[in-house]
Write a protein that binds this ligand. Structure first.
Ligand SMILES: [Mg+2]
Ligand SMILES: [Zn+2]
Length: 212
C-alpha cells in the first residue's frame, strides 16, 4: 500500500452525472455529463487513485436502497473502465441531514475514511465538486478544492466564496478541472486561482483597475 500519496476525489451528482431534482434512484436515471468519461480517463493517467465521494440521503429517505445504489455504482465503474478510466472506490453517505453523521459532506468523513483505507495524504489531494459542501470537505482536510460550474455549481459559487474566499479554485467543468490538476501536479499554480484573484480584485477595487 503506497503511503504519502495524494488522490483525486470526485463528487458524483453534477460532476460525473447529471443532477436530478428527484435524485438519481436507478441506473436507468443515470446520465453521464458530456465529457466526464474522457476526463476521468485523463485523471486516471495521472497515476493517482480516484475516489468518488457522494452524499446519498435518498437511501435513508427511503427513495432507493443500498443494493440499488451499489448496482448504479457498478455500472458507472464499468462504463468508466470501458472508456479507459479507473475508480479505486466509491464512498457514499446514506444519512439524512438530521442524523448528524460524520460522513455527510460538508463533513470530511468519507475523505478521512479513504485516507485510512488507502494511506492517502489528503494535503496532496484534490477534490472536485459542484457544491460549497464539497469545497468545505476538501478545505477541512487541507486538500485543494475545485468548484466546477456543471450541476449546481453556478448557484454554489457565492456560498463557497462567502465561506472560503480564495481558498478554493474554480473550473468550468470536469475537463477544465482535470487540466488544472495536471498543471498543479507539474508544479504550476492552478490557473483559475490567478484568474479569480484578478477578477475579484478588479470587482472589489475598481479604482485600481487598469481597465476602466
Ligand atoms: Mg454534486
Ligand atoms: Zn453519513
Amino acid at each position: 500500500m503506497p503511503w504519502n500519496q495524494g488522490a483525486i476525489f470526485l463528487d458524483r451528482d453534477g460532476v460525473i452525472n447529471e443532477n436530478s431534482a428527484d435524485h438519481v434512484k436507478t441506473w436507468e436515471e443515470f446520465r453521464f455529463i458530456p465529457g466526464a468519461l474522457d476526463s476521468i480517463r485523463r485523471l486516471t493517467e495521472t497515476g493517482l487513485p480516484i475516489f468518488v465521494v457522494t452524499n446519498q440521503a435518498a437511501v435513508n429517505r427511503g427513495l432507493t436502497t443500498v443494493e440499488t445504489l451499489n448496482v448504479i455504482h457498478q455500472h458507472m465503474i464499468e462504463a468508466i473502465e470501458i472508456a479507459g478510466g479507473r475508480i479505486t472506490q466509491v464512498y457514499f453517505c446514506p444519512h439524512d441531514n438530521h442524523e448528524s453523521c460524520a460522513c455527510r459532506k460538508p463533513h470530511p468523513g468519507m475523505l478521512e475514511q479513504a485516507a485510512r483505507d488507502y494511506g492517502i495524504d489528503l494535503t496532496q489531494s484534490f477534490f472536485v465538486g459542484d457544491a460549497w459542501t464539497d469545497v468545505a470537505a476538501g478545505v477541512a482536510v487541507g486538500a485543494r478544492s475545485i468548484l466546477i460550474m456543471t450541476g449546481r455549481g453556478r448557484w454554489n459559487f457565492i456560498p463557497a466564496w462567502d465561506r472560503f474566499g480564495l481558498n478554493f479554485n474554480v473550473a468550468c467543468d470536469l475537463d477544465d478541472a482535470t487540466t488544472m490538476i495536471q498543471e498543479a501536479l507539474h508544479g504550476n499554480l492552478m490557473p483559475s486561482t490567478q484568474r479569480m484573484r484578478g477578477a475579484f480584485h478588479r470587482a472589489l477595487h475598481p479604482a485600481e483597475s487598469l481597465v476602466p
